[in-house]
Design a protein around this ligand. Structure first.
Ligand code: ATP
Ligand code: MG
Ligand code: MG
Length: 380
């Protein structure tokens, strides 16, 4: 069976690596270069997008910012999962909030902004501090402003106005203001829905971000009450979207109550730990779902953590000598801040995971791998 992934980065690569043993063959469409490539070897194929769609049994995506003409072409084929509407919802915070409201899933209070009076009203109604985000094109914390005091209003508005004006009729730009949530921590749930409507969720993951980018995830330390809230949100949103494939939901945990931050209609960085922490990873389950195969087990095998390797932060291969640790490299040229790979480490229990994270922290420079040493201590 042939599967085409829109987007040719590390997520397409890991989908391909996870699916080969099921005899699923993955090619990826690089939206920038308009080439169809093998996402593992990076070999360029002679296929055009139309030819690649034609020869595929299923089509999916590894990111949500895909040009409308490409989405339309894939939708027309009748074999695109999770479908153009779900991808567009994940790529536009206004659509995303409308979905959350419709499915009655709690999120931060917000206001949409297309002109200055809306911005001033948001400051009045929601109060400062505010987090202001572009509705289109944001990722890794890009396209965001923090409005903390009256002095911030004019300078931030001039940058917001520039973004609003750069929209087109075909793709209008909008902005959203959200109340800044004083969360205790951030968590996410990754789940999968099959073509028959069956849903399976992985255990909740606790996530640490540094400068808006995910740096560390841990699975295996949650309480059932919290898990249940996340599963309920997943089931409601996946059903509302008539979703097929893996869907990720990021939350703020505010004193035991979960508020959705955002959704991602795809496999997600905070689910990379499932490669070692579960029998069937998020990548394999996404491939299974879009191919119409039975879904695999999502139960936690052992507490597992993932550390992101960003930019030029080189690591010693000695990390592999820490028990039950492995590295996943994406085959990219090093660039400041770029996601280059990740390290997964498991333990039989949280305290053993803590010991192993501590061993890793000794091999990784603290400034490049924030949070690892401190988290290790908290688990032991
Ligand atoms: P991603 O790479 O996860 O897609 P993104 O660019 O879409 O990132 P968000 O997840 O919306 O951005 O925000 C990035 C981070 O900023 C969040 O993980 C959180 O730490 C912080 N943040 C975002 N919105 C709020 C909010 N309303 N209140 C408090 N902090 C927030
Ligand atoms: Mg996002
Ligand atoms: Mg996010």
């Amino acid at each position: 069976m042939n599967i085409l992934v829109l987007g040719a980065g590390q997520l397409a690569r890991m989908m391909s690596l996870s699916a080969t043993h099921l005899d699923l063959h993955v090619l990826a469409y690089d939206v920038g270069s308009k080439q169809v490539i093998n996402p593992v070897t990076f070999d360029v194929t002679p296929y055009t997008l139309a030819q690649a769609i034609d020869r595929s049994d299923a089509i999916t995506a590894e990111f949500e910012h895909i040009p409308n003409d490409v989405l339309a072409l894939c939708a027309k084929s009748g074999k695109f999962y999770p479908g153009a509407e779900a991808i567009k919802t994940g790529g536009d915070r206004a659509k995303e909030k409308a979905l959350l409201d419709k499915a009655k899933v709690a999120c931060a209070p917000y206001q949409l902004i297309t002109e200055k009076s809306h911005f001033l009203a948001a400051i009045d109604n929601l109060g400062m501090p505010l987090v202001v985000k572009t509705c289109q094109a944001g990722y890794d914390g890009k396209g965001q402003w923090r409005v903390k005091s009256q002095d911030d209003v004019e300078p931030i508005w001039s940058e917001m106005a520039e973004f609003l004006e750069s929209g087109t009729e075909a793709l209008p730009h909008t902005i959203i203001a959200e109340k800044m949530i004083p969360f205790d921590r951030e968590v996410s749930i990754i789940g999968v829905r099959g073509k028959n409507g069956q849903c399976k969720t992985y255990p909740l993951t606790e996530n640490q971000h540094t400068n808006g980018v995910l740096t560390l995830s841990i699975a295996g330390k949650e309480k059932p009450m919290i898990e249940q809230q996340a599963q309920d949100a997943f089931n409601a949103l996946a059903k509302e979207l008539d979703y097929v494939g893996v869907l990720a939901i990021e939350f703020f945990d505010v004193q035991g109550q979960l508020l959705v931050n955002e959704i991602a209609p795809r496999v997600h960085n905070s689910g990379h730990w499932t490669q070692q922490g579960c029998h069937v990873s998020q990548f394999e389950n996404h491939m299974r779902a879009v191919a119409g195969l039975p879904l695999g087990a999502t139960d936690l095998l052992r507490p597992t953590a993932m550390i992101n390797v960003l930019g030029q932060a080189s690591i010693s291969t000695d990390v592999l000598s820490v028990a039950d640790t492995t590295s996943h490299w994406y085959g990219k040229l090093a660039k400041l801040g770029r996601k280059m790979g990740h390290i997964n480490v498991s333990g039989n229990d949280l305290s053993q995971l803590g010991e192993r994270l501590e061993q890793l922290a000794e091999l990784l420079p603290e400034q490049d791998y924030p949070g690892v040493a401190q988290t290790a201590q908290s688990l032991k």
